[in-house]
Design a protein around this ligand. Structure first.
Ligand code: NAD
Length: 262
């Protein structure tokens, strides 16, 4: 992919699943990748695994996205280690999946911190430097719930919709400065989070884990789950110099799950 070699990329929530897959693809394209998530040892394991698979060193900085003050420290740390930040890839931890009345005020507070306040803090501390350079890419990794809200996903559907709208506003305000802002709405991707959801469905419906996976798979036109790397391929394209005119979009990567045509 053109324009990725040597560029500095930060991927948040990247010790497993989608974030780790995105980091691996960017590293294999020649980016200098930083990853963050809450747990330092899981983060180091992920960095070592990416290095084994791509031959590229990956920097790590622990950061809890439910604490916006952590996030500002993270951006400073990336700058200290790499001197700049070209691509900001904001991936998130897992919001609580539960009926609306089982979601506590504390659940809402920590999720608002993660999806909104940390997002704002990261973008605010990153884009002035991008504007000064006249280029930069910001990508928000959201969820199919932005296009197809599902029962038990009140937090995900409502707060991620705000992220997608923020991305659109930012794209309008800073396009002229050479920055692009896009978001991805991924469908079912095979990760530890999907495994947890399938386990929960299996328990609730008293079926086996394989039957729970099958029940989800049947709802996907492609009849398979996506891979974390398939999100990474889109991220690396959106970061490449070939994608400079793609701005303010929300792109589905879901095997055809969302049926709405626009
Ligand atoms: P995952 O459980 O494999 O990975 C989640 C990552 O987030 C881990 O690295 C974890 O350490 C990190 N994390 C969790 N809480 C954090 C916090 N407070 N601060 C910083 N890091 C934190 O899950 P995944 O499937 O890769 O999901 C990534 C994101 O995509 C989540 O927001 C998830 O809800 C969303 N999503 C996933 C799917 C799917 O099918 N896998 C579909 C739609 C949306």
């Amino acid at each position: 992919m053109r324009g990725l070699e040597g560029k500095v990329a930060l991927v948040t929530a990247a010790s497993s699943g989608i974030g780790k897959g995105v980091a691996k693809v960017l590293a294999s394209e020649g980016c200098r990748v930083h990853i963050s998530s809450r747990d330092e040892s899981r983060l180091n394991d992920a960095a070592n695994q990416i290095k084994t698979e791509t031959g590229r060193h990956v920097e790590t900085t622990p950061c809890d996205l439910t604490k916006p003050e952590d996030v500002r420290r993270l951006i400073n740390e990336v700058r200290k280690k790499s001197g700049s930040l070209d691509f900001l890839i904001i991936n998130y931890g897992d919001p609580k999946v539960a009926p609306f009345l089982d979601i506590t005020d504390d659940d809402w507070d920590s999720s608002i911190n993660m999806f909104l306040k940390s997002t704002v803090a990261m973008v605010k501390s990153t884009i002035p430097e991008m504007i000064a350079k006249g280029e930069g890419r910001v990508i928000f990794i959201t969820s199919l719930t932005t296009k197809q809200p599902l029962e038990n996903f009140a937090i995900s559907a409502s707060l991620r919709a705000a992220v997608v709208s923020l991305s659109k506003v930012l794209s309008i305000e800073y396009a002229e400065k050479g920055l692009t802002f896009n978001s991805i709405s991924q469908g079912y991707i095979m990760t530890p989070r999907l495994e947890n959801i399938a386990k929960r469905n299996a328990e609730m419906s008293r079926i086996s884990l394989e039957q729970a996976y099958d029940a989800i798979r049947r709802t996907i036109p492609a009849k398979r789950f996506g891979t974390p790397e398939e999100i990474g391929y889109l991220v690396s394209f959106l970061c490449s110099s070939d994608a400079g005119y793609i701005n303010g979009t929300n792109i589905q990567v879901d095997g055809g799950f969302v049926k709405f045509p626009y």
